[in-house]
Design a binder for this molecule. Structure first.
Ligand code: SAM
Length: 208
């Protein structure tokens, strides 16, 4: 597991590719789950994700164990992307026996998939990294909003009609919903998970 020595001096570093690349070069064989684990999320996933054969895209997979835990629980069609080449290499090695799972170095703001490819797109704490250097939280910087827009637009594009985008985030609805909303979502369902250190789950279904 990652320890507190891995906490950067400045939170803004979480928004840089260099930080993640260096961190994952040091964490070649360990895993770390941001916000929640698969065990915590499983009851929600059982109702939200539907059939275990659904094709899934994990945005900013990092070295989270969620994909391998989901795979071992029957979700075999998972494509994992991250912009850190090191973590993709490490995780592909770690999961070499989970043969149906894919690991690809890719930027979530510019996905290299065809339109309408996936049933489910998942983001756990990845969109949050765009907000770490947002300036005024009530009025984030233009560059931050551009990054968020790019990820949400790409998620929408690669989802099939009827597919779902699920974001697990530390961000409260008034700091997230206005940037996630799109006419092509049926609506944005928000639920919470956890108690004192509660997090938010945003669930959107593509209707067009
Ligand atoms: C806070 S970590 C979350 C990791 C994992 N999803 C989890 O829940 O434990 C954020 C991850 O997003 C990745 N990331 C950040 N910006 C990205 C981008 N533009 N494209 C692809 N991956 C990105 C980082 O490399 C890092 O692995």
């Amino acid at each position: 597991m990652t320890t507190s020595k891995d906490v950067p001096k400045d939170n803004k570093l979480y928004g840089t590719k260099d930080y993640w690349e260096q961190r994952y070069q040091q964490e070649a064989t360990t895993t770390y789950d941001w916000l929640k684990t698969y065990k915590d999320l499983k009851p929600f996933f059982e109702t939200c994700l539907g059939d275990r054969s659904a094709s899934m895209l994990m945005l900013g997979c990092g070295n989270s164990s969620i994909s391998e835990d989901m795979y071992d629980d029957g979700y075999h069609s998972i494509t994992n992307v991250d912009f850190s080449g090191s973590v993709i290499e490490n995780m592909a090695k770690r999961c070499v026996d989970r043969t149906d799972m894919k690991w690809m170095e890719m930027d979530v703001r510019k996905l290299e998939f065809q339109d309408n490819t996936f049933d489910i797109v998942l983001d756990k704490a990845t969109l949050d990294t765009f907000f770490v250097d947002c300036g005024d939280v009530w009025n984030p910087k233009e560059s931050v909003l551009a990054d968020v827009k790019a990820e949400v637009d790409e998620a929408l594009r690669v989802l099939k009609v009827g597919g779902k985008f699920v974001i697990i985030s530390f961000g409260q609805p008034h700091f997230r919903k206005q940037y996630i909303k799109r006419e092509q979502w049926e609506d944005i369902k928000v639920s919470t998970i956890g108690d004192f250190f509660g997090y938010f789950i945003y669930e959107m279904t593509k209707i067009a």
